[in-house]
Design a protein around this ligand. Structure first.
Ligand code: UT7
Length: 326
């Protein structure tokens, strides 16, 4: 039985760039504060008529081309997002429609920032168990549409974008070597979109109080992120019989440059092996890792045999790491 490998990647970010200087005109903040506290310089913002599935469709076309296959070769679509087009039907079903596919399963999963890694783990086990052959996995977010643009503690952090990977079983040493995933629902209130679901359906009051936007206790989340990003990575590496020193490319979730630095230190991964794009996109939640993967792939920075560690933490809380050989 071969390992499950990525045969193609694609990504899409909206054209509009919102810089820290633009934000200085909107809330009481400064480029200096944002750069030193987070590492972010700018982020991409979708247009009012754009939805999450539109971004995934663009990224999917590129991933299909990169894999050298047709949409009809896909037999399952998994979309990881917390900013779906609608609560239902799933965003994956809109993607299926746009790709002209019929009679294949399509579903969304909600696991916040590690959503793409959760989806990879699911896709891997479905292919290994022979339920599916070729899976399109997307991580996509349109966080600008659930951002409170008057709250400086959150509005400087997030951006929009989508990344896609296509998976199938390989016949050599390449592919997923190990993975780890976990969650702790007892801490869910620390990072939450409070309204819009069955707990607090939409009312005039929920809209007035901006309860449909991201609410985060930033410094609490920060502490847990540092701890769990390290833990997830070490657990996945140890399952593969590897240490941080064996990593060729580390793709961490890009929520805060200080979290990335602390994780690198714990894993003993040198700076030159870490891929960082937080300055360009901010935190794009589930889209962060697949966008980074696609950028590395297109820049020719992924060489056959490279050991790649992907590692993420987010709302739930959820955390996950995947180790793969390119
Ligand atoms: O992707 C899912 C996981 N998410 C994360 O991992 C995010 C984790 N959290 C973080 O990255 C950081 O906690 C933040 C970047 C959100 C905040 O940084 P911090 O160093 O934890 O700052 P803080 O929240 O403790 O606030 C420090 C000060 C406060 O002022 P006082 O009370 O000391 O006077 C804030 O009001 O910074 C102030 N502040 C700002 N000042 C200028 C908060 N946001 C801003 C801002 N501009 N945008």
């Amino acid at each position: 039985m071969g390992r499950i490998k990525i045969i193609g990647t694609g990504s899409y970010v909206p054209e509009k760039i919102l810089t820290n200087y633009d934000l200085e005109k909107m809330v009481d903040t400064s480029d200096e504060w944002i750069v030193t506290r987070t590492g972010i310089k700018e982020r991409r913002i979708a247009s009012p008529d754009e939805a999450t599935s539109d971004m995934i469709i663009e990224a999917s076309k590129k991933a299909l081309e990169n894999a050298g296959i047709k949409a009809q070769d896909i037999d399952l679509i998994i979309v990881a997002t917390v900013t779906p087009d609608n609560l239902f039907p799933s965003t994956a079903c809109w993607v299926q429609k746009a790709l002209g596919l019929k009679d294949i399963p399509a579903l969304d999963i909600s696991a916040a920032c590690p959503g793409f890694l959760y989806a990879l783990i699911l896709a891997e086990s479905l292919i290994l168990s022979k339920k599916n052959k070729r899976v399109l996995v997307a991580g996509a977010e349109m966080l600008s549409k659930i951002t409170n643009w008057e709250d400086r503690s959150t509005c400087v952090l997030f951006g929009d974008g989508a990344g896609v990977a296509i998976l199938e079983e390989g016949d050599d040493e390449s592919g997923i070597l190990s993975s780890y995933w976990a969650a702790d629902g007892s801490l869910g209130d620390l990072l939450i979109q409070p309204a819009g679901g069955s707990r607090m359906p939409a009312t005039y009051e929920t809209v007035e109080k901006k309860l449909h936007t991201v609410h985060m206790k930033g410094n609490e989340v920060f502490k847990h992120a540092v701890k769990k990003m390290g833990e997830a990575a070490l657990k996945a590496l140890s399952k593969a019989g590897l240490t941080g020193e064996d990593i060729d490319i580390f793709i961490p979730h890009q929520a805060n440059i200080r979290i990335i630095e602390a994780t690198c230190e714990r894993l003993k991964v040198p700076k030159e092996k870490v891929y960082i794009n937080i300055h360009k996109y901010g935190n794009v939640s589930a889209a962060t890792i697949p966008i980074a993967l696609d950028e590395l792939n297109r820049e020719g920075k992924l060489k056959k045999g490279d050991v790649i560690l992907m590692d993420s933490f987010g709302a739930g809380f959820t955390w996950s790491a995947v180790v793969m050989r390119w």
